[in-house]
Design a binder for this molecule. Structure first.
Ligand code: HEC
Length: 139
């Protein structure tokens, strides 16, 4: 084959062998997506959140983008997920706040909508509260 054909053949091989698998890998998610970073112990809380909370609330770690209610990353962890020695205390406070919102519902006069209370049972509420408190602000 002449030189030109040879070069084109080389380019073709490069596309097939490198670019396509790379593109497929990117599309499948390579850890850039917050949903995939959640540890196994929080997965159940995550899925309860997606089903019951995600239509209203945006939360990066759940991959939801509901815009009826406050963005929970911004509301609960405006400076990012807690780290360092006070992290556990912050986590407990946030967990309590989320649990309370789920049980009682929220209807403050400062924002338009209203959050319905009691949409989960106790166990589900605790799992979701733990998931949200551990991951809010990760985005
Ligand atoms: C029907 C829509 C809707 C659903 C479903 C919903 N929320 Fe809400 N949520 C709201 C609205 C609206 C507010 C703000 C209410 C206000 O400020 O008056 C809110 C507020 C909150 C707050 C803030 C409370 C605070 O202390 O400021 C948290 C936390 C929360 N929701 C968590 C959840 C979780 C967890 C779920 C799933 C179990 C959930 N929400 C499901 C609409 C919803």
């Amino acid at each position: 084959m002449n030189k030109r054909t040879f070069i084109w053949f080389g380019v073709l091989v490069l596309v097939l062998a490198v670019v396509i698998p790379f593109a497929a890998f990117r599309a499948r998610g390579d850890g850039e997506n917050g949903e995939d970073k959640v540890p196994a112990s929080l997965k159940s809380g995550q899925s309860i959140f997606v089903t019951n909370c995600g239509t209203c609330h945006t939360l990066y770690s759940a991959g939801t983008d509901g815009n009826y209610a406050p963005n929970l990353d911004e509301l609960l962890a405006p400076n990012g997920a807690p780290e360092g020695p006070t992290a556990e205390e912050t986590f407990k406070q946030t967990e309590g706040r989320v649990l309370n919102a789920i049980k009682q519902g929220v209807d403050s006069s400062t924002t338009p909508g209203r959050m319905p209370g009691g949409i989960l049972n106790e166990e589900q509420a605790e799992e979701v509260a733990e998931f949200v408190a551990r991951t809010a602000g990760e985005g």
